[in-house]
Design a protein around this ligand. Structure first.
Ligand code: ADP
Ligand code: ADP
Ligand code: MG
Length: 454
């Protein structure tokens, strides 16, 4: 029987997974919502099945429909991509019970480490530094208030099931605490179906450094070094690069070893990412583990020359990793810009609508992962990512130059995007020097707004 994979996702990541499966000679089945009938992943897969209405809860979050689609088309594996059901242990358990391979970790690993508050407790127990805060989830607002008083303001209230930068608030005083708690809890309930919250001390101007790891079912663990994802707007990544400009070899080694230690201790299998914050003194703290492929994985692929999605698929089918830690070498520098359907020069409002024309950049060391094409209508129901533009060059300076040219030559007509905004960042002196932290964009916006209002 030929291997056949159902892709339980949409957009650029569905297209990315279809390509990897095809390269391995496997068949693919796309699923789509009624709003995505004209989507590229539907056209590129061998088969496609409609799984429900436009709203995610009716389609891409509809576990029964997705499983029925997999069974009726004879799939023996499911790739979840990122977002949607990728980190839902209930779904993964259902997949396991149907005897279908889940291209990701086991449901057990996800329940163990997918909950952010539980992950903190776990990391602490094995000696990995975490940010001072609550032990597990908070029982109520009063308990939270007590902890906030003890560790001192500002603090962050965070949703235990949170993701994509949502369900996080900064609180600066006792007075703000109770209302912030209620608001964040409500947001967590509506966005993630889980109102549980925990607290962390707020770290001023940190760097977001994450480690990509990959493990097979034979007990081989390899890290693929770091990605610097400090360029964020509202706790959501916008630009990612590797290697990071702030790590020296000693700190890099320490963080990579912490990541491997944590992954090993839970017998983690498949690709995963351990996220850390690094403060201005070079202290690092584990914040969460993403038990899935990440948006910015191409940056790591560029510098290591490895195809992470193909490796993920091979691991799920029981194959051993084809490389050892000593084989992984960092080559050059890579940068990714997320190109979004949002009017970045005017408050980042979403801009769904018809794309009338596109010109893609190209050339040596330029990669575009996307699902858009001329005439494509961007639906208003899903996230605003249109394309990932990734450049790879021998040095960071050359990568920045290449990115500037690629952005200049990237034309999307019909809707507003953040291409021009990304172009401005590529010319910012602090970015060029590699001196930026997670507060950069908030500060940069004030400058851009002042200029556009002139
Ligand atoms: P990454 O962690 O891969 O860098 P993001 O944080 O931007 O990427 O998340 C990628 C997508 O997945 C976004 O659309 C985001 O909303 C979604 N997502 C991430 N985590 C969760 C989660 N826990 N629940 C629901 N959606 C999530
Ligand atoms: P998500 O699950 O949404 O990805 P994370 O816990 O990974 O949430 O945090 C997202 C971002 O929010 C981080 O990259 C960082 O910029 C910011 N952040 C999270 N926790 C803290 C903290 N304790 N102090 C300062 N910034 C934080
Ligand atoms: Mg995160």
């Amino acid at each position: 029987m030929k291997n056949k994979i159902l892709i339980a996702n949409r957009g650029e990541i569905a297209v990315r997974i279809i390509r990897a499966a095809k390269e391995l000679g496997y068949e693919t089945v796309a699923v789509y919502s009624t709003a995505d009938q004209q989507s590229l992943h539907v056209k590129l897969a061998d088969e496609a099945i409609c799984i429900g209405g436009s709203h995610s809860k009716d389609s891409y979050l509809n576990m029964n429909n997705i499983l029925s689609a997999a069974i009726s088309t004879g799939c023996n594996a499911i790739h979840p991509g990122y977002g949607f059901l990728a980190e839902n242990s209930e779904f993964v358990e259902m997949v396991e019970r149907c005897n279908i391979a889940f291209i990701g970790p086991s449901s057990k690993s996800i329940s163990l480490i997918g909950d952010k508050a539980a992950a903190r407790t776990f990391a602490k127990a094995i000696g990995i530094p975490i940010i001072e805060g609550s032990e597990g989830i908070l029982n109520d607002a009063q308990e939270g208030l007590k902890i906030a008083k003890r560790i001192g303001y500002p603090v962050m209230i965070k949703a235990s099931s949170g993701g994509g930068g949502r369900g996080i608030s900064i609180v600066r005083s006792d007075e703000e605490f109770l209302s912030s708690f209620e608001r964040t809890s409500l947001e967590a309930e509506t966005s993630f179906g889980d109102a549980s919250l925990y607290i962390e001390r707020f770290i001023e101007s940190p760097k977001h450094i994450e480690i990509q790891i990959i493990a097979d079912s034979k007990g081989n663990y390899v890290h693929l070094f770091e990605r610097d994802c400090s360029m964020q707007r509202r706790n959501q990544k916008m630009i990612e690069e590797a290697p990071s400009t702030i790590l020296n070899d000693i700190l890099r080694r320490k963080i990579c070893m912490a990541a491997i230690k944590l992954a090993k201790s839970i017998h983690y299998v498949n690709a995963g990412t351990l996220e850390f914050l690094v403060d201005s003194k070079g202290n690092f703290y584990f914040i969460e583990m993403n038990t899935r492929i990440q948006v910015e994985h191409p940056v790591t692929e560029a510098i290591t020359g490895l195809d992470l999605v193909k490796e993920q698929i091979k691991i799920a089918y029981g194959k051993e990793l084809s490389f050892k830690q000593r084989d992984v070498k960092v080559n050059g520098h890579a940068i990714e810009c997320r190109i979004n359907a949002e009017d970045a020069m005017h408050g980042f409002t979403p801009t769904p609508g018809k794309i009338t024309n596109i010109l893609f950049p190209g050339g040596m060391g330029v990669r575009i992962d996307t699902h858009i094409y001329p005439g494509y209508e961007v639906p208003p129901f899903y996230d605003s990512l249109l394309a990932k533009l990734v450049v790879h060059a021998p040095t960071r300076r050359e990568a920045i130059k290449k990115m500037r040219i690629a952005l200049e030559q990237f034309v999307i007509e019909g809707i507003s995007t953040n291409i021009e905004y990304q172009y401005l960042i590529m010319h910012n002196p602090d970015f060029i020097k590699g001196q930026y932290d997670t507060g950069f964009i908030a500060r940069f916006n004030t400058l851009v707004e002042a200029e556009t209002n002139e």
